[in-house]
Design a protein around this ligand. Sequence first.
Ligand SMILES: NC(=O)c1ccc[n+]([C@@H]2O[C@H](COP(=O)([O-])OP(=O)(O)OC[C@H]3O[C@@H](n4cnc5c(N)ncnc54)[C@H](O)[C@@H]3O)[C@@H](O)[C@H]2O)c1
Length: 252
Amino acid sequence: MAKFEGKSAIVTGGGSGIGREVCLLLASKGAFVSVVDLSEEGGMETVRQIEEKGGKAIFVQADVSKVEDVKRYIEETKKAFGKIDMFFNNAGVEGAVAPIAEYPDDAFEKVININLKGAFYGLKYVIQAMLENGGGSIVNTASNAGLVGSPGVGPYAATKHGVIGLTKTATGEYADKNIRINAIAPGPTATNMMERFTKGSKEAEAAIKEGIPAKRYGTPKEVANLVVFLLGDDAEIINGAVYPIDGGLTAL
Ligand SMILES: NC(=O)c1ccc[n+]([C@@H]2O[C@H](COP(=O)([O-])OP(=O)(O)OC[C@H]3O[C@@H](n4cnc5c(N)ncnc54)[C@H](O)[C@@H]3O)[C@@H](O)[C@H]2O)c1
């Protein structure tokens, strides 16, 4: 069984959805968790839920698209816990929903800045910190939109394909330095992101579910179980892999 006691983890986007579930699961297994999020309310709520169960966590308010903020969440985590053993590089936004010819330029910039630059800066500076303490494990959040085209969310799909490219490349660069790097590719998962995407429309939700072989969304808990497995030592030889977790959506 993988051991998490006394290990430390950074989770970006830890104030909601998939990120929050990963924070809670890691803390329940004895890890110290640095909850990073733009939203103070969301991040503090995650810390509260961890502390309520006797776990240990800090909140760092940061915008992952800003390099100074990325350096700061790493420094504050090192100050609190001494080192970084695990990193869930997860914060992301869906952007606008429009075909490419009509996609707003400012929404394109935003989605690239948060999902791609944010993932790159996180990798760059966390890998530096992990090299200093002899290794670690990283999971990047891609998407089914990182594996196949996604009409209506072209820039989002581009960022998630990019996250997979970074995952595979970083594996080639750091697997022999005791840093494991993998990616997950969730399909539609029941979080605020899907609520925003469907604008709360039950018809839109039903149509998406109909297109999934399992006929339902994944839950944040199901995704967290995979992430924590990949972060832990039981996944020791798994490097540079991309795991769909999508009810069969990208299998067909
Ligand atoms: N929900 C899905 O269906 C789904 C499917 C595939 C992939 N994903 C990916 O999973 C990840 C988590 O999404 P979720 O579904 O939990 O969504 P969510 O909206 O519930 O959570 C995202 C969190 O990221 C934070 N965040 C946004 N911009 C940020 C920034 N610039 N800096 C720091 N934090 C920021 C938000 O405040 C929020 O707490 C994202 O990368 C998303 O693209 C989600």
